[in-house]
Write a protein that binds this ligand. Structure first.
Ligand code: FES
Length: 237
């Protein structure tokens, strides 16, 4: 069910420090229109997830309910990595006007509880940066007041909420599309993790963010950090 709470959001933004972000009019509609909307899985170079010393980050190192971030498949595309503390089964995401049906692969790791989503809000492409993050996961027990619940990913720019246990589907508008899934691979022998593809709604991220000049492909490995170690300020809503 999608619930629009724009009025609540406007009131919140006006009264609570102005995190409301004005609508932007990027050329992404034009860029997106040129994409092949039937392509729901894009394979990129398979890369190892590592710590800051370039040592492999094991799935057992991922703390439950913590927000982690890495960049994939480009150096300017942040990804949220989460251990949801429960088994996430594969799920079929039904066809929409813009995206063909596809299968979310479910969780990986020993408990099948680890998932990853591109941390770029599908509403207006707000993403974490080193100064602040408006998008994060609210684990069980940490309620997002703008959504009225927990165990969700919420973007405080305009209040969109997504379900990380259910393929990143939209729980609350104004976003209309699920978060893009990052397909992970788990080596059960070594416990190492790899990223290897994007699945689902797949806008031309590289072009959208090319003005930041960091849109190079990630190769060989990508570093995992806690979101709180990457962004100086994490906005909650
Ligand atoms: S950019 Fe608008 S809700 Fe995220």
């Amino acid at each position: 069910m999608k619930i629009c709470r724009r009025d609540i959001l406007k009131g919140f933004a006006a009264g609570a420090g102005g995190i409301f972000i004005e609508s932007i009019t990027p050329p992404f509609q034009i860029l997106y229109a040129a994409q092949d909307k039937t392509l729901v899985r894009r394979e990129y170079q398979r890369v190892l997830l590592t710590d800051e010393n370039k040592e492999p980050f094991k799935s057992s190192d991922i703390k439950k309910n913590e927000n982690y971030i890495f960049f994939y498949p480009y150096h300017n595309i942040p990804v949220l990595l989460l251990n949801l503390n429960k088994t996430i089964e594969p799920i079929k995401v039904e066809q929409s006007e813009e995206v063909k049906s596809y299968f979310h692969p479910g969780g990986i790791g020993a408990d099948k509880s680890i998932v990853a989503y591109v941390a770029v809000c599908t509403h207006e492409f707000v993403r974490p940066n080193q100064d602040e993050s408006l998008i994060k996961y609210y684990p069980l027990g940490e309620t997002s007041f703008i959504y009225g619940g927990d165990n969700i990913i919420c973007c405080c720019a305009h209040g969109s909420a997504f379900d990380p246990s259910n393929a990143g589907n939209v729980l609350q508008t104004p976003a209309e599309y699920p978060l893009t899934t990052v397909e992970l691979e788990w080596d059960s022998q070594t416990d190492f993790l790899y990223a290897k593809a994007l699945i689902g709604w797949n806008p031309p991220f590289k072009e959208i963010f090319k003005e930041d000049g960091e849109g190079k492909r990630v190769t060989e490995n990508t570093t995992i950090k806690k979101l709180s170690d990457y962004s100086k300020k994490i906005i909650k809503c």
